[in-house]
Design a protein around this ligand. Structure first.
Ligand code: HEM
Length: 183
């Protein structure tokens, strides 16, 4: 049995652990969000008139960076034929910045508001929020693992992008169309 066969057999096993950790992150956020007594405690960043517009714009920033991620991934995978040697760096940094922008928002959501399931919009939003961090964890833990099936990254990346689109539609778009486009 040559070494490539040895690597091939553990491939599925290698994927299972990142998936298990991702599922654990999503479930823990959901349970915390469901059991935690919402505090209503809110922080805001200078330049915004309050936590809601702050969250709506930070989420919009993460959404735009996620679109850069999608475009750069399509170039990296040769679906968009452009010769951009620096595109992998753009993909990595737009992903890191998008993730960082979500953190103060999700902190406010979970700590001040908790997970809520009373309306379809907020239910989809709460579930998409937990799922986003779960699939992001799975992708980041799978990245350094050799022998992982090659479809893992477009699938995990696609799911993370879809979750962020769902988060933006169920929060920022709702905010901009209900309360208004304001800072
Ligand atoms: C981690 C799990 C998350 C839970 C449980 C959660 C839950 C919530 C809830 C209950 C609200 C109030 C909805 C309302 O009454 O209008 C809310 C608002 C909001 N959330 Fe989240 N969220 C989560 C993650 C996220 C993430 C990751 C983002 C952005 C990337 C985000 C962006 C927003 C924004 C912009 C609002 C304010 C607009 C609104 O009220 O809908 N949330 N969230």
């Amino acid at each position: 049995m040559d070494s490539t066969q040895a690597i091939r057999r553990p491939t599925t096993l290698l994927l299972l652990l990142p998936l298990a950790w991702g599922a654990l992150v999503a479930v823990v956020l959901g349970v915390y969000g469901g059991m935690h007594q919402p505090t209503g405690y809110a922080v805001s960043i200078a330049g915004f008139s309050g936590p809601l517009p702050m969250k709506a714009w930070l989420t919009t920033g993460a959404f735009v960076l996620a679109a850069v991620q999608l475009f750069s991934a399509l170039v990296m995978w040769g679906r968009i034929r452009l010769n951009l040697p620096w595109i992998a760096g753009v993909h990595r940094w737009s992903g890191r910045l998008a993730f960082l922008l979500t953190l103060p928002v999700a902190f406010h959501c979970l700590y001040a508001l908790g997970a809520q399931y009373d309306t379809p919009r907020v239910m989809i939003h709460s579930i998409a929020g937990c799922f986003f961090y779960g699939i992001f964890t799975t992708k980041m833990l799978a990245l350094p693992r050799r022998g992982i099936p090659s479809w893992t990254f477009p699938v995990a990346g696609g799911l993370a992008f879809t979750a962020l689109v769902a988060l933006w539609l169920t929060s920022s778009l709702w905010f901009f169309t209900t309360i208004g486009v304001k800072f």
